[in-house]
Write a protein that binds this ligand. Sequence first.
Ligand code: RTP
Ligand code: MG
Length: 144
Amino acid sequence: MATERTLAILKPDCVRKELIGTVLARIQDAGFAVRALKMITLSKREAEGFYAVHEDKPFFDELTDFMSSGPCVPVVLEKENAIADFRTLIGATNPDEADEGTIRADFADSISTNIVHGSDSVGNGQKEASYFFAEHEIVANRAA
Ligand code: RTP
Ligand code: MG
């Protein structure tokens, strides 16, 4: 299986609930290596840019209001099969439908406030990582 990178965002609800460490520990315990990480507050426009693929959806305004409502933590993660494995780890978009033991099932309050984002393809993972990080900010190897 190929080593892949995915872009995760610990969303503003994760930060507000003081769950950064808890969620990151779950992610690292599942074998994901952290390659880059920062805390930032997105502007409404930046949130709209990040989720542009959803601009025609009825939930776009609510989604981008939420994503710009406070600090969030974008993280570049690396692992074999990272894209699919990360989406398995976080669970379904709606926490009511997420499998038991997934991050969204355990910590998310609703479909709109669902704790974490994960890229949905290798190509989008690359695009999304470059939305937040310059290439030199992404470390090349696991720390020794
Ligand atoms: P994400 O992009 O945040 O990782 O979430 P996802 O792939 O599981 O879901 P996606 O379809 O990409 O939707 C992006 C975010 O929009 C919100 N959403 N609300 N009210 C609704 O029907 C609805 N559908 C989606 C969710 O917060 C979702 O994470
Ligand atoms: Mg998505």
